[in-house]
Write a protein that binds this ligand. Structure first.
Ligand SMILES: [Mn+2]
Length: 294
């Protein structure tokens, strides 16, 4: 009887997401990794307490791709210089990525401003991972996307840098609070919810900054004659047309836990992994939830 109830819950909740690919999947298929043509990740900030390494590991386990672009700020060298913080989960993320590279995924690492020490290795290859300052990704229909971290455009919109508004220490405090807050939520069985992302969006000037940054990046892409751009840096996932150029930001793994993926038909979309996990665990019978958590 209990099993029957669980199954009913499962199908009812799937009905709420008719466009979800999971709609066509069986319970068995749901444990297989999803395959994409390309995955874009940035702003993981390994080496900081804010990094949501466990959620990222879950994402990496459940998503495979032909191309994996690491779009900057993967390891936070700034923070590590001041305070060494390197838990097992952060090691696991690096191992998982190197393993994907060994197994044939084309992994390209584009250093950002927090891992700029790696910029001196551009155009070199380390254990199957290629380091580049920027690359052009070609979509299946031949469109060109410029892939850059994007910190160079931060300076252009300097007058409204949202970090300057809040201050670096306030941001670090918000991230710490976020980690504690979500530890509490986990204990209560509640899904991950980004307090710091929520706070940021409540700051009016931050919204203006995001907008100016997006316009600056899109305008650079237009001048370069490409069809679109994929960047990170501001920890705000987005995908929209800006004056004829496709602007994509893959977000981050300290606040929003987002990835940009390209499917084999060329469709690009942003995945909010915390939401995916919440959806998965809410509609699976208890035994499957426990399996997934292992
Ligand atoms: Mn950055």
């Amino acid at each position: 009887m209990r099993t029957l109830q669980s199954c009913t819950t499962y199908f009812v909740s799937v009905d709420h997401y008719p466009h979800d690919r999971a709609f066509h999947m069986t319970l068995h298929d749901r444990n297989k990794p999803a395959r994409h043509r390309a995955i874009f990740l940035s702003d993981i900030h390994l080496g900081t307490r804010g990094c949501q390494a466990e959620l990222l590991l879950d994402f990496l386990r459940r998503n495979e791709s032909e191309h994996l672009y690491l779009v900057g700020d993967i390891v936070d060298g700034w923070r590590l210089k001041r305070w060494w913080y390197w838990p097992q989960a952060h090691n696991d993320v690096v191992q998982k990525i190197m393993r994907k590279a060994r197994k044939g995924t084309n992994v390209v690492y584009i250093p950002g401003n927090h891992d700029e020490a790696a910029r001196q290795y551009c155009q070199l290859t380390f254990g199957d991972v290629r380091v580049e300052d920027e690359v052009i990704h070609e979509t299946p229909d031949g469109k060109k996307l410029l892939v850059i971290h994007g910190d160079q455009f931060d300076g252009i919109v300097r007058y409204a840098r949202w970090l300057a508004i809040l201050g670096d220490w306030a941001y670090a405090a918000a991230l710490r609070l976020n980690t504690t807050f979500n530890w509490g939520r986990r204990k209560l069985g509640l899904p991950y919810w980004s307090l710091s992302a929520y706070l940021k969006h409540r700051v009016k000037n931050a919204v203006q900054f995001i907008n100016d940054y997006e316009n600056a990046v899109a305008s650079e892409a237009r001048q370069r004659g490409v069809d679109g751009v994929v960047c990170g840096h501001i920890h705000h996932a987005e995908m929209r047309m800006i004056d004829g150029v496709l602007y994509c930001n893959d977000g981050d793994w300290v606040e929003s836990c987002t990835a940009l993926v390209e499917d084999f038909d060329g469709r690009l979309r942003i995945i909010h992994w915390a939401d995916e996990v919440a959806r998965r665990t809410s509609r699976l019978p208890l035994s499957h939830v426990q399996l997934a958590a292992e």
